[in-house]
Design a protein around this ligand. Sequence first.
Ligand SMILES: O=P(O)(O)OC[C@H]1O[C@H](OP(=O)(O)OP(=O)(O)O)[C@H](O)[C@@H]1O
Ligand SMILES: O=c1cc[nH]c(=O)[nH]1
Ligand SMILES: [Mg+2]
Length: 212
Amino acid sequence: MRVEVANHPLIAHKLTYLRDKRTDSPTFRRLTEELVTLLAYEATRDVRVEPFAIETPVAATQGIKLSSPKPLIVPILRAGLGMLEGMVRLLPSAEVGFLGMQRNEETLEAITYANRLPDDLSGRQCYVIDPMLATGGTLAMAIRYLVERGADDITAVTLLAAPEGIEAVDRALSDLSVPITLVTGAIDEHLNEQGYIVPGLGDAGDRLYGVV
Ligand SMILES: O=P(O)(O)OC[C@H]1O[C@H](OP(=O)(O)OP(=O)(O)O)[C@H](O)[C@@H]1O
Ligand SMILES: O=c1cc[nH]c(=O)[nH]1
Ligand SMILES: [Mg+2]
């Protein structure tokens, strides 16, 4: 997996406020959206395009446009929903599929409880969005699922990632030959015994939407 940490002072600034436990839900949601816009710019560097001929008021010229089939954005519910608006703003013609996944708080294993994706993803470029890559179990399962359905180019966008989780995703997907990229706002220090990213930001889903 290719890993890119989006180094930018604005990203570091917004992440600092996002991490702060005093930041309330409305501010957390707004910062998440703003961060996604910056990360999505980085993550879409290799979005597929094709030549497109146009005429300006002055002359004919050759431009480019997004190729078909259009990219598929896959937010992992629940916390990934907080990143959807920012991602769609940058890729308004993309389609959106949903995966509902939840980590068991004791075993830290992910289960899939909802799935609304096109059956056939052959030739699709997919952007998986989820704020947190902790043990990596959720992301590895999501990516394998998309590849089994035919996706042939996957970029995951996260706000934070743990080094242990990145390694685990790499190991878990080592048999796959499709290009996989991770674009993240920061790689934190480590995971604690409860599987939380340290220093992290706590539970992203709860901070976005409240404790359920
Ligand atoms: O890398 P992992 O160890 O698998 O953990 C990361 C997952 O945990 C969080 O979701 P959570 O299970 O809390 O669900 P939620 O979005 O509904 O809060 C987060 O949004 C990731 O999906
Ligand atoms: O630190 C963590 C780890 C998993 N999920 C979160 O929301 N936060
Ligand atoms: Mg959660």
